[in-house]
Design a protein around this ligand. Sequence first.
Ligand code: UTP
Length: 225
Amino acid sequence: MRFVAAIGGSILLQDYDARRFQEYAEILKELSKEHEIFVVIGGGKPARQYISVVRELGAGEAKCDDIGIEVTRLNSKLLLLALGDYAYQKVPHNFAEALEYSASGKIIVMGGTEPAHSTDAVSAILAEYVQADMLINLTSVDGMYTKDPNKFDDAELIEEITASDMMETIKGNDVKAGTYEFFDMTAIQMIKRSNLETVIANGNMPENLIKAVNGEKIGTRVISE
Ligand code: UTP
């Protein structure tokens, strides 16, 4: 199977140490024996911190995004270090490069591409571009909820949702640099138009990646209409 895994920067850099990178590297190395893997890494807290400085400097939103992208690429380099020879040791800056580098047969790790979306969108476009069999989004919550689980005790995990329903749910979300919320519009549009098999799961438990790849019931599954 060929799959794209998106890992949030906040997952990898929670404690600013190497542990999460190492845990994910071990799992990815093992999975790469059977699968072709593309990983997209998010910006997390460091991206948001850098973006707030850029905003204070009076730069526009696209410039803020640009700095965010740099941070996602920096985070990608950390995972490349953890993966060593299992990964292609260069971060692609666009989808064509990602496909080109994948001819090496190694794991590909990339961050952002251009302003105005999040790495969730990058992972969905990449999955389309390389015609992946599956997209796995590893985030800081168990999946998609009926309401914000941090604010409402009665929020329930949605086990299955169509891309159209998901689109309706996230319509009003923020689209500022550093604050693209849980799954941006571009990502869902890609998932919808290509019927991408997508699973959103909690990345704080790296073994969830194995479960998602093995088709175990986990997190939220985005289904076609
Ligand atoms: P992310 O959107 O991936 O990080 O990239 P995040 O929203 O902080 O989420 P987690 O914590 O990693 O899950 C960080 C910022 O980089 C810019 C956006 O401003 C985004 O908020 N970015 C990223 C882009 O403009 N384009 C990209 O292709 C990727």
